[in-house]
Design a protein around this ligand. Structure first.
Ligand code: SF4
Length: 346
């Protein structure tokens, strides 16, 4: 599930507040025996309420990079297969997943890393999705699912509660705009509601485009209704199908104006989720490391490269230390995941 990755809320045909079972809300529902090894920056803390890493000692990025022998976080694409066809999809079909033993071997190489984000395509379409989730349990501190939510059944949501730390779901507006951009509004909201009813921490993501930029208020309200920890507003990346959406790319003063508007509205409306706005120009090139289904490892977004990605390694053929050693964007990676280059409203 991707555009940079993302999905929504409040599906009710009647627009009411979803019935949410009263479950104890912990930082994470998942118990993990994970202990970070030396090269995985154990000095950083993952703040589950903020859904972000923090450096309690306030260490500078360059010093932290020096201590690392592997990424802080990667997005691992289990499949490029997807049951949606979003207008802005940055990760369309066309790459074949390696065999199941090869996928497990790549997960073994990443073991010890702080966070893995299982993505796609739609990761729940992957044949061995549940086995992979189980396999990740002792290997990563944070196991995150980025899904379009359409395949989350009630039983599946209960199972996810034990296996993931949080879930990212994209909602691109109320039914009309959402369906024009993404489709399947009711399926997405149904999945979102099931996640919320299980008390699984979640984030609502929105890809900010010309066709929904006047609906951002709705997205934030949706995040609040479903008790999201975060509402993440992303802008388009000229990659995959988004190459056709150049006119939707936004930066600079328009995002500054959005920040001022949402700051005022967050307070006036009493929204509880933190709101982040990703301005790719401020974040800088290559912050995200994507492991594609065949193991090719790319940095994204990198504007000056074809398809906005920089393929710099191959996890299938290399160790994670080798991958990290040749990664050219280490500072941007750390800064992004420490929220040092994000606009944050909290
Ligand atoms: S088509 Fe699928 S993978 Fe692409 S953005 Fe939509 S849900 Fe995500």
């Amino acid at each position: 599930m991707t555009q940079p990755s993302a999905a929504p809320v409040h599906a009710h045909p009647a627009g009411g507040i979803p019935k949410t079972r009263e479950l104890p809300r912990s930082a994470s529902c998942r118990g993990s025996s994970y202990r970070p090894p030396a090269g995985a920056l154990p000095s950083l803390v993952f703040d589950a309420d903020k859904q972000s890493f923090t450096a309690p000692g306030g260490e500078e990025t360059a010093g932290l990079v020096q201590q690392m022998d592997r990424p802080l976080s990667v997005t691992f694409q289990l499949t490029r297969d997807c049951n949606f066809s979003c207008a802005y999809c940055s990760e369309p079909p066309g790459i074949t997943t390696r065999t199941y033993p090869e996928v497990l071997a790549m997960l073994d190489k990443l073991a010890g890393m702080r966070r893995i984000i299982l993505s796609g395509g739609e990761p729940m379409r992957y044949t061995h999705f549940w086995d992979v989730l189980e396999y990740c349990q002792p290997r990563f501190e944070q196991v995150v699912l980025s899904t379009n939510a359409s395949m989350i059944t009630r039983d599946g949501a209960a199972r996810l509660r034990e296996l993931v730390d949080y879930i990212d779901i994209t909602v691109d507006g109320p039914r009309g705009p959402h369906d024009r951009i993404r489709g399947n509004y009711d399926m997405v909201i149904r999945g979102l509601r099931r996640v919320a009813e299980e008390g699984i921490p979640l984030s609502v993501i929105c890809v900010y485009m010309g066709s929904n930029k006047r609906k951002i208020h709705y997205i934030c309200q949706t995040g609040d209704i479903f008790d999201a920890k975060k509402v993440k507003i992303l802008t388009t990346i000229p990659k995959g199908y988004s190459r056709n959406l150049f006119e939707d790319f936004t930066t600079g003063e328009e995002l500054n104006e959005l920040e001022r508007f949402l700051k005022t509205e967050r307070q006036a409306c009493g929204w509880r989720p933190r709101i982040t706005i990703a301005d790719w120009i401020k974040i800088g090139a290559g912050h995200a490391i994507l492991i594609e289904p065949d193991g090719r490892t790319v940095a994204s977004p990198v504007w000056q490269k074809p398809d906005c990605i920089d393929p710099f390694a191959d996890l299938h053929a290399q160790t994670v230390q080798q991958v990290w050693a040749c990664y050219p964007y280490k500072g941007a990676h750390l800064d992004k995941y420490l929220e040092r280059t994000m606009v944050v409203l909290d």
